[in-house]
Design a protein around this ligand. Structure first.
Ligand SMILES: [Zn+2]
Length: 601
């Protein structure tokens, strides 16, 4: 993941003063002064936020948490003010790149507070309550023994490892008990945040989110439908095969036709099915080697694993990482203190001070994750010379997609080329690997789509509060083909059991990233001249691919994303058919397994 940074800053004098003193209409010079001030202060507060965040995650204490929260709040408040101030220049004639900066400021908010101070305060407090309801959420199977209460980590572990239907059902239902108390707050949050969005000129909060994709909000909705239609047939086949295997395991609890019960897929939200790989593994699908075993046998130090990742990028023509990267990154879990070990990439000074923070273990997964995290760092460094407002990915799906694109290049052939593997196994052994990857990436697609489908309908008023839960399950059935293990009435609030809903984090970016990474991989593999099956292509050592990649990365957010997409892929349109190309061997295999069997629900 990329370290989430609210790139905005407190409104300093220069920003406040620009064009606002005399009551005369603002001029182009005022607009330029405003943007100069915004860029300066965004940089200043962005750096403060990163430093405070870095220290907090490396030394978790009450004090560092308070300092980091304060730095974030300053940046969030400033972003809100910038969004409102930028509107003043709507009718001023300014150069294209300044117009884009002003627009990005206007559409950059996730939540707009109403101008009425009382309502604004109510919204902020409601949001804080929702966030903490999730953060403190626990499932307590036995009220008499509070020690037995389960956190999301405990529940995640049960969902991943248990194969006992009763236990899984209890954990699934248990975790969803954290959400009903959020229902009233969520309803109020929708009302108030919509009011704020309307004051900024958007139809509602959902329309405000969609407006940052360089196309009319409704056109973007149609784009997502088009992409989903491209991959849906493959998803439905994977769904049918997994249903068959779960039926073998759990009997009549899993019908051979119809939706899959949502508690049996290895994950509390059924968004990632890779934990049930042992149940769905194709026979004789062993990959023929284990990278984890190889790393272990060689006792490869964490630093060497990072150096291997760096070499991937330098082989494409990127400059080596700066010395400070190695001095300041965290590679190993410290023995003496708590740190946030979830892997992340940082861009502390928005220039050269890039770092990763991860507790590296000698596993294939971490080896791949290093390549992913460095993708963020090389992206960050590529756009460092742009105005601060433009120092971000082309759209919010691009950053994660880049890291994952490079991770897709960690193939057996690549491992041979860097001397970790003697010989790449025959492609006939790929089905297992592809199945595992499909259970993660294909299974995720409908989930990645439906969270915001639900929210957009809620914000737009197409789903009334009295139908929150019904609409949620209608969408989960429609897209994922899953059903709850027991009836779910309107006294419940199942969307609230997913972090991003009470936390109000937009989710479409994850769907986009899942689609784009394969489109990027296909385009770069073609540029690299790869003639192998797409799942075996690596862009390692391809200067031509590196040049293309760098050209897009260095555009940052300065141009509409379709132009950035075109630079890398030759097309302005997102295209999910690269997923079908990548998984073609698996789809063929699935077709054979499913002959004469029910497909769909
Ligand atoms: Zn990432």
């Amino acid at each position: 993941m990329k370290r989430a940074l609210v790139l905005a800053a407190a409104c300093v004098a220069i920003v406040r003063c620009a064009g606002s003193g005399s009551g005369a209409p603002p001029t182009p010079a005022d607009a330029k002064a405003f943007l100069d001030g915004v860029n300066d202060t965004m940089k200043r507060l962005g750096i403060e936020q990163s430093r405070a965040g870095w220290v907090q995650q490396n030394f978790i204490t009450d004090d560092t948490e308070a300092l980091a929260a304060r730095a974030s709040q300053l940046a969030i408040d400033a972003a809100a003010r910038f969004a409102k101030d930028a509107v003043r220049f709507d009718k001023v004639d300014v150069p294209t790149d300044q117009r884009r900066q002003l627009n990005l400021l206007k559409v950059g908010l996730v939540m707009a507070t109403p101008s009425d101070p009382k309502e604004s305060e109510e919204l902020t407090k409601t949001m804080a309550r929702l966030e903490s309801a999730y953060g403190k959420g626990k499932w307590c199977p036995n009220a008499a023994t509070p020690d037995s209460c389960k956190t999301i980590d405990d529940v995640t572990k049960i969902m991943a490892t248990s194969r006992n239907e009763k236990e899984l059902r209890a954990a699934w239902e248990g975790w969803h008990t954290i959400a009903p108390p959020m229902r009233k707050d969520y309803q109020r949050f929708v009302e108030l945040s919509n009011k704020g969005a309307r004051e900024l000129g958007f139809a509602d909060t959902g329309a405000m989110w969609r407006s940052r994709y360089d196309m009319p909000p409704d056109a973007f909705t149609k784009e997502l439908d088009r992409l989903w239609d491209q991959v849906r047939p493959l998803y439905v086949k994977l769904h049918a095969y997994v249903r068959l295997k779960l039926h073998e395991k759990y009997g009549e609890t899993v019908p051979v036709t119809g939706p899959i019960p949502a508690h049996l897929l290895g994950n509390i939200w059924a968004q990632d099915w890779s934990n049930i790989y042992p149940l769905a593994a194709p026979p004789r699908a062993d990959a023929g080697f284990s990278l984890t075993d190889i790393l272990e046998k060689r006792k490869m130090p964490a630093l060497d694993m990072v150096r291997a990742g760096e070499r991937f990028y330098t082989s494409l023509g990127f400059a080596p990482l700066p010395k400070t990267f190695f001095e300041r990154s965290l590679f190993l879990r410290p023995k003496d203190r708590d740190v946030v070990c979830h892997a992340s990439a940082w861009d502390i000074d928005l220039l050269e001070d890039i770092r990763i923070k991860m507790c590296i273990e000698r596993t294939a997964e971490d080896f791949t994750t290093i390549h992913h995290e460095l993708g963020h760092n090389f992206y960050q460094r590529a756009y460092k010379d742009l105005p601060v407002v433009f120092r971000d990915a082309a759209n919010d799906g691009f950053h994660e997609a880049i890291g994952d694109t490079i991770a897709l290049s960690v193939t057996p052939e690549y491992l041979v080329r860097i001397g970790l593997l003697d010989k790449a196994p025959d492609t006939s052994r790929d089905i297992g690997l592809l199945m595992k990857r499909a259970l993660e990436k294909i299974a995720f697609l409908p989930f990645g789509l439906l969270i915001d489908q639900w929210r957009w309908k809620v914000f737009a008023g197409d789903v009334a509060p009295a139908a929150y839960n019904k609409a949620w399950w209608d969408l989960r059935l429609k897209y994922q083909g899953v059903a709850p293990p027991s009836p779910r009435g309107e006294e419940l609030f199942d969307p609230g059991a997913k972090y991003h809903v009470p936390d109000n984090t937009p989710y479409t970016r994850y769907f986009l990233a899942a689609i784009l990474q394969f489109q990027f991989h296909r385009a770069l593999s073609k540029t690299a001249g790869c003639t192998l099956p797409l799942n075996r292509c690596s862009t390692y050592e391809s200067r031509a691919a590196g040049e293309r990649l760098n050209k897009m990365l260095s555009m940052g957010q300065s141009r509409p994303w379709p132009e950035a997409l075109e630079v890398l892929t030759g097309s302005k349109q997102m295209d999910a058919t690269a997923i079908l190309d990548y998984f073609a061997p698996l789809e063929k295999w699935l077709d054979a397994q499913l002959a004469g069997k029910a497909v769909g629900w």
